[in-house]
Structures are given as structure tokens and as C-alpha cells.
Design a binder for this molecule. Structure first.
Ligand code: RP5
Length: 161
């Protein structure tokens, strides 16, 4: 049986960021796979992944890339599986280049764009889980519990420690 979420990234160097999404999905018990798929270096791999995504049963794709970050948008153009984009933080422009590359999609091919970097990657995992939870009550319960635990961990007052 296939997995629900595909996590793809443009380079091995993106993995420390995209791992945050995988960690969240692990915590919530959401099946997923991870692949390096580069819009520029492996365009045929990108095409094949997008072309087969529906038939393979993927329900959400999380796509992270940095710099001239065409991967999420190209993937959205190739499949109707919802694509969540994660702008990876770059050294040259701090990820603003990645953000703008992913965010400004033309009408017709949306990418749900998260924040730059690891917070965006973690939120991509949570967003994917929220989408799946619409039709999965057990996952919805786990997501509610995860959110409640986070809220409960926040102290009411600041500490000097
Ligand atoms: C992008 O170029 C990748 O998504 C990565 O963020 C960036 C740099 O890649 P490497 O040169 O580290 O492989 O395609």
C-alpha cells in the first residue's frame, strides 16, 4: 500500500529543513516517503513523480527548495495533488529568494506556501496532517491532542532561567 504524503526536496542540503516535516508526520502517525527531486538537476524525476502521484495514492505533497526554488510550482503544474511549499533558508538571501520563487504562482496552479526554514517545514507537516484529518477521525484526534499538548506547554509567565 502507498503512503499518504510525499516529502520532496531539491537537494540533500535541504534535508535538515525538510526533516522537520517528516518528524511531525512521524509524531502524528502519518505515512510518508522522502525523495530528492530537483527541478533543475533531475527534471525527468520531477515529471515522473508528478505524473504518477495520483495513481500512487499520494494525498499531499510537501515540496521544499531553496534559491531559484521552482520545485513546488512545477510539481503543482504536473499534479492536482495539493502541494505545500517550503522555502529553504539560503545563505545568500536568507530564503527571501526561495519564498518569492514559491509564493507568486499564477492563477490556476496554487502552492500553499509556508514560512521560510524549519518552522515552515514543521508547519507543512501539520498542514498536511490537517488536510488528511478532514477525512480521518483518528488522525483528527491525534492532531487535536498534539495541538493541546503544545498549548499546555506554554507557561503563563516568563522566567529568568
Ligand atoms: C536548490 O538549490 C535546492 O533546493 C537547494 O536548496 C539549493 C542548493 O542546493 P545544493 O547546491 O546545496 O545542492 O535546488
Amino acid at each position: 500500500m502507498g503512503v499518504d504524503v510525499g516529502i520532496i526536496m531539491g537537494s540533500q542540503s535541504d534535508w535538515p529543513t525538510l526533516r522537520e516535516a517528516a518528524t511531525i508526520l512521524d509524531e502524528l502517525g502519518v505515512t510518508h516517503e522522502t525523495r530528492i527531486v530537483s527541478a533543475h538537476r533531475t527534471p525527468d524525476r520531477l515529471w515522473d513523480y508528478g505524473k504518477t502521484a495520483v495513481d500512487r495514492g499520494l494525498k499531499v505533497i510537501i515540496a521544499g527548495a531553496g534559491g531559484a526554488a521552482h520545485l513546488p510550482g512545477m510539481m503543482a503544474s504536473k499534479t492536482r495533488v495539493p502541494v505545500i511549499g517550503v522555502p529553504v533558508q539560503t545563505r545568500a538571501l536568507s530564503g527571501v529568494d526561495s519564498l518569492y520563487s514559491i509564493l507568486q504562482m499564477p492563477k490556476g496552479f496554487p502552492v500553499a506556501t509556508m514560512a521560510i526554514g524549519s518552522a515552515g517545514a514543521a508547519n507543512a507537516g501539520l498542514m498536511a496532517a490537517a488536510i488528511l484529518a478532514v477525512s480521518d477521525p483518528a488522525l483528527a484526534g491525534r492532531l487535536d491532542a498534539w495541538r493541546a499538548a503544545l498549548s499546555a506547554s506554554i507557561p503563563e509567565e516568563p522566567s529568568d532561567d
